[in-house]
Structure formats: C-alpha cells, structure tokens
Design a protein around this ligand. Structure first.
Ligand code: PLP
Length: 568
C-alpha cells in the first residue's frame, strides 16, 4: 500500500498538535488518544477512497468513468420515472398483459391438473400412459433439428444406454462412498478423463458438478477463498469479458465479488486484454476468458490472458462449458484452433460441461484446477456439526449417483473416435452455415457473421432489417434460435440434430430475409414510419423494453415468466 509509509508522519503531527494546542488540559493523554483515533480513522478513509478513485480512473479512463456515471444517473432517474404513480400502474398493466399472454402458451388450460397427492395410487399403466402424453405435448421440434443448443446428441442408442446406466444406480448417492463405491470410482474417472482432455499437468485435480453454472460458481468461490486465505483480500474483485456467461455475474452476486465487465469489440469480438490489464488491482482475485463464449461462439485470446495472469500472479479461469468436448478435438479434426487449456501456464481453472458436447445427460459438468490445493478452496468442511463431521466437495450435499453413472457410460460409449467424428460433423456444419451466410448473395447482402467463430456456435446480425423480426419470422417457421443483445443478433448452436438440418435452416433463413426485405420495401413505398402489423415476441422484448435506460420492466417480465414455470 503506497500510503502506509506516510502513516507515522501523520501520527507524529497529530501528537505534536495535541501537545501544542492543549498545554494545560487536565487529561492530555485522553485528548491525545481521542484525536489520534479520529485522525487514524480519517486517514484510513482517505486512503481507501483515494485508492478507489485511482483504480477507477486507471481502469476505465476519465471518459469511461464519466460515461459510466452518466449511464448510472440515467438508469436511476428512469427508475424514478417508472415508479411515478401514473406510470407505475400503466407499466404494471402492460407487464400483467404480457405475462397473461405467455401463460396461455406455457400453461395450456386443456389438461387435467394434479395439484395434490392422489387419494388412490395410480396403476403403473396409467402412469406410463400419462408420461407418454407429457413427453408428446406440443413442443418445438428439437428431434428434427429445429432447436439451437438444448439437446446436444439425442440419438436413441445413446439415450437407451444412459437410461440403463441410470437404472442401475437410481438409489446411489456419492456422499456415501462406502455404500456406493462404484459411483465414487466412476466419478473420479470422469474427472480424470476430462483432465486428460485438457492437458492437465501432474498434480491437477477436479470435481464433478451439477452443471456449467455450478462449475463456474465453484471456480469463482475457490478464487475468492484463495485470495482471502493467501493475501487477506476482503473486498474481492473479478474481471470478465462482457460476453462471458452470466453465471459469473451470478457468482459475483452470490459471493459478493465486485465485478468489472470488459468490452469485446468488433471485429474480433474477443475481450480487450489491454482493458483487462488496466482494471487489475490488489483486490483482483480472478480473470476470465471463454473458449468459446455463448453469445457469439468466439474464443477469447486465452494466450494473452494467460500471459497477463502469470505476470500479475492472478488466477485465470477458462470457461469451456460450451466448447466442452469439441474444442479439444478441433486440431485432430483438421480445423483451425488456438491455445485454450492447461498448456498455457497462466490457466488455473477450466469449466467443462460433460452435459453439452460430452453428450452426457443434463445435470453433469466438471470443474478442473491446476492444483489440488486450489480445488480445496471450494470444499466445505464442518468439523463441529452436531450431525457429525461433515465434508462436501461443492455446493450440493446429496447428489444423484445415477447421473454420474449415465455420464461415465456416455464418455465410454462415445470415446475418442466418437467425439472426433462429432467435432467433424458439428463444426463442419457450423462452418458451412457461416460460409453460406458470408458468401451466398441473398444472405450475404443482409446478414453479417460476428467475428470468426472456430467451434459450433455462430452469431449474425442484420445490416438493414430488425434482426428480431428475422428471429420472430424464423420462430413462425418452427425454429427456436437465440436472440442476443448488445449488439442485436441471433445465434445458432449446432448440435447433432441441427447438423442434419442446417441446409433447411439456411433455406428458411433465406426465405425469411427475402420476405422481411420485401415488407420493408412495401413499408417504404407506403411511406409509413411506424409498423402497422403485430410485433413478434423477440422484437417486443428486445426492441422497446430492451432499449430503455432502466431495464426494470424486463426484470418484471422475467419474474412473471419464472413464476409461470411453477404454475401447476
Ligand atoms: C451453457 C454454458 C454455461 C453454463 O451452463 P449451464 O446451463 O449452467 O450448464 C457456461 N458457459 C457457457 C459459455 C455456456 O454456453
């Protein structure tokens, strides 16, 4: 701390001033100590705020700081506006209407609802029949490749094997390794296989978790605990690319880590490493890069982040949740690739989702650490609980051994050749789709692929159309693509089902772009500025509500959506 050396001077001065100003005080020692305490408190306060202002200006620059302040003020003022009596009721009414519309779609009223336990148990046949009906409820057809992401494999053979593995371990819980030794063995082996895939050095360690978010939360927690234990950091900060998965923002909120979000500007859409560097200070506990990120499928410059992390002695997490089992196979499949794993010495932890391109059933992911010592920072151990000495590796207590068995079975069944073939097929399809958008006249004229995606996800934006209208028109044709914001765009995550359907996707996209451009032309001829026809869901959500300086209306809508998920 630069200010520490000045402390004695300040103390001496306060001592002298007390002596000078109060020569005849009855109890000089008393006055002295009071003054002293006041001075020390004030001094610490000053150091703390000077340091904060300095870090802020260094991290964001003067212009950036002013811009941030301006945005904050606008957000707060707009928040007040939204809460004004007349405005508030109007907003409430519109949000309620939107949620009511959503309810009609999400919670169809034509089915019998079972809200309490049956008075008589159902027969197995009755349950089977109802389960079939539930599985066949009207849904977006992932089976035919209409859904971006979501179901990464979905072939019958693998599902059958997974179900069998699950069935053998339905009651298993790895919290009791003596009762279910087979599950302990499989779990350790899954972690070992993933460590090997990411070229982990000797001494590396990992854990399995319930999903990517879980893995990321644990990586952030471990980094925070490590900094607290080794450097006494009590006000932890973390620096993430703005395209990093929102699980990092969740971790910041849950674990009280101050978050710095760094821009990922065009044309590469990779995180700006120089800006990351400027934001580092003595409270920084973790840097983050994605390989690739969810929105644009872009791999950050992990080599540069690794160098920075090494130079500043700060842990670096690589989020490979999405890249999972594809990124490690890019080179072998003959595609261009970049360094992303433990071979970069600055990389200290990696999250990899076995339940994405590892093709395991949902509820499986792994978190890998360069050392077992780092992993120990995510452990929770309570030696004094009245329930006995308690130790758990992560956030859950009891965990489903059945899912671990199904994960292990998936990895063993697909094996190296299977993942290599999947990489060839999926990345091949994503690249073909990207090429079609870049080179094929009807699409190339209107759409633009963001950056240079190397894996299975590509995002594109529209040049003259409202891209959310394109998303809504694609939805009307049965496609479930992902709408993105900042900048407005759409992405497609190519999965096994999508890989089989990508040409149909490209053809529909062409038709939609043509139709939307035709509509634009008609509108221009009619001289209408505002749009007469109904606005689609994405356009409504990201168009008006999304562009407001304060997104509390969007938050209200999202809360309504979550409530609906639990409406029986
Ligand atoms: C899917 C994903 C995650 C986390 O996913 P879960 O839904 O929690 O499994 C994290 N990072 C990226 C880049 C992802 O795509």
């Amino acid at each position: 701390m630069p200010g520490t050396s000045r402390m004695p001077v300040s103390l001496r001065e306060s001592f002298n001033s007390v002596r000078r100003s109060r020569p005849g005080t009855a109890n000089p020692l008393h006055a002295l100590s009071l003054d002293l305490v006041r001075n020390i408190v004030f001094f610490l306060f000053l150091v703390r705020w000077t340091r904060r202002v300095f870090w802020k200006l260094k991290g964001r620059g003067l212009l950036g700081t002013v811009a941030e302040l301006y945005r904050d003020i606008r957000r707060v003022l707009y928040g007040y506006f939204l809460r004004m009596p007349g405005v508030r009721t109007q907003v409430r009414k519109q949000v309620d209407e939107a949620v009511a519309k959503l309810e009609i779609k999400m919670v169809p009223a034509d089915r019998t609802r079972y809200l309490t336990l049956p008075k008589e148990p159902w027969s197995e046949d009755a349950i089977r029949k109802e389960l079939d009906a539930l599985a066949n409820m009207d849904h977006t057809r992932w089976e035919d490749g209409y859904v971006s992401g979501a179901v990464y494999h979905g072939e019958d053979d693998l599902i059958r094997l997974q179900t069998e593995a699950y069935g053998k371990f339905t009651v298993a819980n790895p919290i009791h390794p003596d009762v279910f030794p087979g599950v302990r063995k499989m779990e350790a082996e899954v972690v070992s296989m993933v460590l090997a895939l990411f070229n982990a050095p000797p001494g590396a360690a990992g854990a399995s978790t319930s999903g990517g978010t879980d893995s990321i939360l644990l990586a952030c927690l471990a980094a925070r605990q490590k900094a607290a234990a080794e450097r006494g950091v009590t006000e932890p900060e973390m620096i993430i690319p703005e395209t990093a998965h929102t699980a990092f923002r969740k971790a910041a909120e849950y674990f009280k880590i101050k978050l710095h979000v760094v821009a990922c500007p065009a044309p590469t859409y990779q995180v700006d490493v120089r800006r990351v560097s400027r934001l580092i200070n003595s409270n920084t506990v973790l840097l983050v890069g994605s390989a690739p990120n969810f929105p644009h499928g872009i791999i950050d410059d992990i080599s540069a982040l690794s160098k920075l992390a090494l130079r500043r002695h700060i842990p670096l997490h690589v989020d490979c949740c999405l890249g999972s089992f594809l990124v490690p196979f890019l080179a072998a499949a003959g595609f261009p690739t970049v360094p992303f794993d433990f071979r970069l010495r600055g990389v200290t932890s990696i999250s990899c989702d076995t339940h994405k391109y590892g093709f395991a059933p949902k509820g499986n992911s792994t978190i890998l650490y360069r050392s077992a010592a780092l992993r120990a920072h995510q452990y929770f151990i309570d030696p004094s609980w009245s329930g006995g000495v308690y130790a758990s590796p992560g956030m859950s207590g009891s965990r489903p051994g059945a899912l671990i068995a199904a994960c292990w079975a998936s990895l063993m069944a697909v094996g190296e050749p299977g993942y290599l073939a999947a990489t060839t097929a999926l990345v091949g399809a994503a690249r073909a789709l990207a090429d079609r958008i870049r080179d094929h006249p009807p699409l190339a004229a209107e759409l633009e692929v963001l950056g240079t995606p190397l894996v299975s996800v590509l995002a594109f934006r529209a040049r003259s159309l409202n891209v959310y209208d394109v998303a809504d028109a694609m939805a009307a044709k049965g496609w479930h693509l992902n709408a993105l914001q900042n900048p407005p765009a759409i992405h497609v995550a190519v999965t096994m089902p999508v890989a089989k359907a990508w040409e149909r996707l490209a053809a529909d996209l062409e038709a939609v772009v043509e139709a939307e451009r035709e509509k634009e032309r008609a509108r221009a001829v009619a001289g209408k500025k505002s749009r007469g026809e109904a606005v689609g869901d994405s356009a409504a959500l990201y168009g008006v509500a999304g562009s407001l300086p304060n997104k509390s209306v969007v938050v209200d809508l999202a809360r309504g959506f979550l409530d609906l998920c639990y409406k029986a």
